[in-house]
Write a protein that binds this ligand. Structure first.
Ligand code: FPP
Length: 236
């Protein structure tokens, strides 16, 4: 099996999965969080080098205060536990998104986790928190314009490579495969720049029920595709 170098996942369907079991949405988030731990182990085992997950979008603040509270507490617990997971998998963890919106203790946990894991290279795990692609691009443009005004960058020299250095994902290769769970077929403001050439895989399986067999099925579907990047298809 040819394993993609970088897999991006939109974690969707925690709430619907829980509802289908007659449980509250928070139960779905707890199970979704546990599943994230398992999937990191699976990715490492399969030899995936980069994994980027969409855990909390800039739009998710519109959810009820109760649900946000549950999610923030889950992040707190997970960020702490993730130190062990990163050690186990030799996994570097990086948060993408604007973390300044989180409570100071969450920001501190993020910094500790990133610092702890910074030298690991077996798996690069990016968690998108308070992330929105348009917000990321605008934040990048603000910095770039400032650097141009300060004479650090020449406007005529700005190309894709230079611009990418201003994104939260600087230094991380673009995803090869995007997986979205739970039936929706849209990008929801996720990695709009980075997904330009990525293969998309949509599954009806909700995130808490997406396990290794489902992951392998996604990779096999990806393998069966013919990736062309605008060139001429080779004669087989
Ligand atoms: C989508 O399900 C899930 C989220 C908005 C939150 C994702 C959170 C987790 C997987 C748990 C914790 C993650 C980390 C990084 C600790 P949904 O609530 O949109 O489900 P629905 O579409 O069925 O309502």
């Amino acid at each position: 099996m040819n394993v993609p170098n970088h897999i991006a996942i939109i974690l969707d369907g925690n709430g619907r999965w829980a509802k289908a079991q007659g449980k509250p949405r928070s139960y779905g988030h707890v199970k979704g969080c546990q599943n994230l731990e398992v999937i990191c182990d699976d990715m490492k085992e399969l030899g995936v080098k980069y994994l980027t997950v969409y855990a909390f979008s800039t739009e998710n603040w519109k959810r009820s205060q109760d649900e946000i509270k549950v999610l923030m507490n889950l992040f707190r617990g997970y960020l702490k536990k993730c130190i062990k997971i990163s050690e186990r998998n030799k996994m570097r963890v990086k948060i993408i998104g604007d973390i300044s919106a989180f409570d100071p203790d969450i920001q501190k946990k993020i910094r500790e986790l990133e610092e702890f894991s910074k030298d690991y290279t077996e798996l690069h795990f990016q968690i998108a928190l308070n992330y929105g692609s348009r917000d990321e691009i605008l934040r990048g443009i603000r910095k770039l314009v400032q650097d141009a005004a300060d004479g650090k960058v020449l406007p005529e020299k700005i190309d894709e490579q230079i611009f990418e250095n201003y994104l939260d994902t600087a230094g991380i290769p673009d995803p090869d495969l995007l997986i979205r769970t739970s039936g929706e077929q849209r990008l929801s403001n996720y990695l709009l720049w980075q997904l330009a050439y990525t293969e998309f895989y949509f599954t009806d399986v909700p995130w808490p029920a997406f396990h290794k067999p489902e992951l392998i099925e996604a990779i096999e579907t990806y393998n069966a595709r013919d990736r062309r990047y605008g060139g001429v298809k080779e004669e087989s």
